[in-house]
Unconditional design. Sequence first.
Length: 192
Amino acid sequence: MMAIDNKSIYYPPGGILLWIIIFLEILTFTIGISVFLYQKGGDYETFSQSQAMLNTTFGTINTIVLITGGFMMATSLDYLKQGNNKKSLLWIRGAILMGVLFLSIKGMEYFGKIEHGLTIDYDSFFMFYWLLTGFHFIHVLVAMFILIFMARGIRKGSYTKDDFLDVESGAAFWHMCDLIWLFLFPVLYLMN
């Protein structure tokens, strides 16, 4: 009789502790976005004028970049589970590159805001903009370091089709960054 491995039923990808962390991170951003929307309701004119100063092209490109990076990370994990470390490494490097691109575009956007005096103390909208996107920026930076560490392990053969939990955890953290941005982008850049 063949034994059935029920671990996947009881343990989410990456383990329960990681999902507690992800839940708390998403809760934190949900609270931040909720307070932003509440404040916007009380000062719609200021928020509307300040939102018009955002570069929606940068925001849209960054959304595409993060979604592409998420696809690349999922593909990397899929190849790792198939035992193809070479292709897994190629795809995770692509995800890392998307992270670098996201942070570079965000950095250009930040420098433009600073040059025009649109800093955290400019008005309520930009206080929330800097806090929410800055916190997200840090998360993407952390996710990139995690992926770099995972790529090193894939290259060395530390991760295999039978031992991929750490890479799965890194992928879950990366996808959390994607998910958070998919809420931040429309709320900050589009909803008026």
